[in-house]
Each structure stands twice: as C-alpha cells, then as structure tokens.
Design a protein around this ligand. Structure first.
Ligand SMILES: *Cc1c(COP(=O)(O)O)cnc(C)c1O
Length: 467
C-alpha cells in the first residue's frame, strides 16, 4: 500500500534486482518523511507540511519528452507547456523549464508566475475562457501564443491585430463534442461544454473554416479534451477530429496555414497505487495509431499536461493531533483536510487518496491494518481525507501522509476556517540515503491571514462609509 517495510534502493541493488521507478519513488518518500521529522520541518508546532520529489518530477518531464520524440518524425517542433494551474509554484515552473518544459497559463496571475520563473514568451501559451481586452493586449505585446475561445474573443483579437502581422502565434480552441468521461465536472468535450467553439453545432465547422480563411495569421488549432476519468482512446479521437479540421482548413486555404496543433493535456493519473499508468509512452502510441499524420513532421505540436507531470511527486504530511473513537470507529484527527484536499473532501467518491501511516519518528508505521477515518482540522463533519481506511492504527503524534498530492491539492489552498497555507519543500535523496530539502513556498503566517482578510481595513464598515 505504501512505503511501509519496502526495501531501499541500496538493498535492492545488493540483491541484484533492478530498481523500478515505483520502488525508488516510495523509498525516496520514506526517507524524505523521516528526514523531514528529524530536521524539524514538521513537529508539534508545525503540524502540516508538503513535500515535492524533485527527482520524480524530473523523471516525469524526461519521460514526456522521450515519449513524443519516440513517435514524432525527426525535427518535429514540439513544445510541452505545463498547465500552470496544476501546480502554481514558481520554483516548480523553473524546475520544469530546466527540463525543457514551457507553460500554459489561463489568468494574469498564472502568466505572472510563468514570467517570474523565467519562462520565455515563445514557450508560453495563454488559454482561458474569459480573457479581458487588457490580458489579450499584454499577451500580444509579449509575443505569447494565444488560443481564442470563441467568436467574440476572436473579434477582440482582430481589433488588436489590425492590419499588422501579430508577433504571437494565434489559434482557436475547438470542442469536438465527443462526450463525457467518468467525471462530469472535468469533462471538457461534452456537447454543452463551456470551452471553445462547439464543432458539431449547426454551421459551426463552416464558421471556423471561414474564420481561418479570412485571417491568414490564424496558424494554430487547439483542443483540450482529456482530463481525469477520460480514456486514452476518447482523448485521441478528440485530437483526430482537430487534426482533420486542420487538414480541411489547409486544403481550402491551398497552403499550410495551420502549422501547429495544440492537443491540450489531461492525461489521467492513477491514484489507486504507486504505478504510473497510463504512461506518456502509451498515450503517444495511441495518438500515433489513431492520428498518424500528427507526427509526420508537417505540424508543430504543443501539449499542455498538468496533473500527470506532478501528481505522483507530492506528499502531504500531517500530524495526528488526537486519536479518538466514535461509534466504535477509530478517528485520527490530523491537520490535513478540506484546506489542502478540497476535491477529496467534497467529492470523496471521485477523488479518493491513498494514505500512508508514519510513526512519531517518521518511520513507516507497522502493525495490523485497522479501518479508521482520517479526519482534517476543519469544523464540519465531512472534513475527512479518507473513511474506513485500512492502516496500522494511527496514534497521537503519528503522521498521516496523503500521497499523489503534487497537483491540485496543497498548491490549491482553500481558506476554510482561516487555516494557513502549509510550507512546501522540494527534496532530493541521494544514493547514500541523505536527503536535502529546499523551501519552495513558506507557510502562511497568522499575520498574513489577518492582512489578507482585511486586517488593514478593520474600520471600513463602521467608519469608512461616512456613517
Ligand atoms: C486544465 C487544463 C490543462 C491541464 O489538464 P491536466 O488534467 O492537469 O493535464 C491543459 N489545458 C487546458 C486548456 C486546461 O484547461
């Protein structure tokens, strides 16, 4: 289930076994947890901390690059733009830049994070369903690629481009309307999705083709049809429809007007075990088999993966403040709940998390599995990380670890009960077992909470209105 009792890399090597990425990852995590406790990154006064496995992130980024290089014709232009919303942390964006990955941004804040990380405009893509004129103007001035979401946005871009030639590569987002995956709220390619131009609506496809023919500077076509719960085949069909549309536009234009296909992100993540499945390699092969023309070198390719690059590499560690029983069930009251695992708490069926148990010294907890609830600190009954979860019985002072939380969890703080954002540390574990940590984001202080909650405007409602 987790690192408990698993042999370390060194031991496996001594036994002459090769070390799989899965084994290495859980062994690295165990070492990092132990060192985090020993080095005081968490303890009685710091009851929650988040850890990022830098080695794992680098491996995922390298795996992504290799997977697409293996199926694409030599010389194909490929930009992997990390969807910043999955982990909006500047040092993470800088680490990914170091691995040759750019940024997909969807708000002024995300664009500012990408710029703070030093990601070049030509490696940045702006998508969002609600861009203001000011955002569009800034992106075009910087030369950042923009995918227009709808006809009204395209009209705004027309006005900005005028008679000139834009520096930014510009495209249009389309929705192939392929239907829903397993999670409705995350399915972007349904008939009534809010994203992009709905291709199967009456007259829409013809409108899109004409929009391109009238605008020689529209050179990209964008679709993002995947997400957690969507099968690879459905994702690939979305890409195939997008490719066919690009071919039609280019046929009717009589030239290769669309030169780049942005195929979005959305590779699902396995939250049920340590295994990384599906892999980038598997998706790239399904794409090659479904849409062979995509990789023959005629088109540049942009991808926008988020969750699949980061999820497996994050661990949320929370101290067990109290261990109690209710109605015969053991309940571990920890410091990780809705503020750091919002989706899991509000939609536990769709977003179950694996939990691992560590003792007060940070060692994998031993003992028979007992079904117990792992609760968070917030003041509502549903604030549970997991229900009836089989683990060695957690006791006061132990640590519960929520695994696979590197994307859309601790980086997505929800300020319920004014609980603070936890510190995030990146770590590297070397061959000898030595673990080094680097601060990615400090914990939010109580003073910051007061200031961000209007603390500097305390009199606003009793004196500021002239009453
Ligand atoms: C959210 C999003 C992504 C990334 O999705 P993941 O599921 O995190 O890979 C990529 N592109 C767009 C347009 C998105 O909205």
């Amino acid at each position: 289930m987790h690192g408990s009792g698993e042999p370390g890399d060194e031991q496996l090597r001594r036994e002459g076994r090769t070390v799989s990425h899965e084994e290495s990852r859980s062994a690295r995590r165990d070492r990092a947890v132990r060192q985090a406790v020993e080095q005081g990154l968490l303890g009685p006064d710091r009851p929650i901390v988040a850890l990022l496995d830098v080695t794992g992130i680098r491996q995922s980024a390298a795996g992504l690059r290799a997977a697409f290089e293996a199926v694409a014709a030599p010389g194909t232009r490929i930009l992997h733009a990390f969807a910043v919303k999955a982990a909006p942390l500047v040092p993470v964006l800088r680490l990914l830049r170091d691995e040759g990955v750019g940024a997909e941004v969807a708000s002024p804040g995300e664009l500012a994070l990408a710029r703070a990380a030093g990601i070049a405009p030509e490696r940045t893509v702006l998508d969002s369903p609600a861009k203001t004129p000011a955002e569009l103007r800034e992106a075009l001035a910087l030369g950042i690629a923009v995918n227009a979401d709808n006809p009204q946005e395209l009209a705004r871009i027309d006005a900005l481009v005028g008679a000139g030639t834009p520096r930014s590569p510009l495209g249009l987002r389309v929705n192939p309307q392929l239907g829903s995956g397993a999670i409705e709220a995350l399915s972007t390619a349904t008939a009534t999705s809010k994203f992009g131009v709905a291709l199967r609506d009456e007259g829409a496809r013809e409108w899109v083709v004409r929009a391109y023919l009238e605008r020689p500077w529209l050179t990209r076509l964008h679709a993002h049809t995947g997400s957690q719960g969507v099968a690879l085949e459905l994702m690939a069909r979305g890409v195939a429809e997008t490719y066919e549309l690009a071919e039609e536009i280019n046929r009717r234009a009589g030239r290769r007007q669309v030169d780049t296909l942005d195929i979005g992100g959305g590779l699902p993540v396995n939250f049920a075990s340590e295994a990384i499945t599906p892999t980038y390699g598997a998706y790239a092969r399904v794409l090659r088999d479904t849409v062979p023309g995509l990789f023959d070198g005629r088109y540049g390719i942009v991808t926008e993966f988020g969750r699949s690059l980061l999820a497996k590499h994050g661990t949320l560690l929370a101290r067990v403040e109290y261990a109690k029983r209710a109605g015969g069930r053991p309940v571990a009251v920890t410091h990780a709940g809705v503020q750091v695992a919002t989706r899991t708490v509000y939609a536990p069926q769709e977003w179950p998390l694996r939990i691992a148990a560590y003792d007060a010294k940070g060692l994998p907890k031993q003992g028979p599995a007992v079904e117990q609830d792992i609760a968070g600190p917030a003041c509502f009954a549903g604030d549970l990380l997991a229900r009836e979860y089989p683990l060695p019985l957690l006791e006061q002072g132990d640590y519960a670890a929520a695994l696979d939380t590197g994307a859309y969890y601790f980086a997505h703080h929800y300020a319920y009960n004014s609980l603070p954002r936890p510190a995030v540390h990146g770590f590297v574990a070397d061959e000898s077992g030595e673990v080094s940590f680097a601060l990615v984001r400090p914990a939010q202080t109580t003073e910051e909470i007061v200031r961000e909650s209007g603390g500097d405007h305390a009199d606003a409602l009793v004196e500021g209105l002239g009453g």
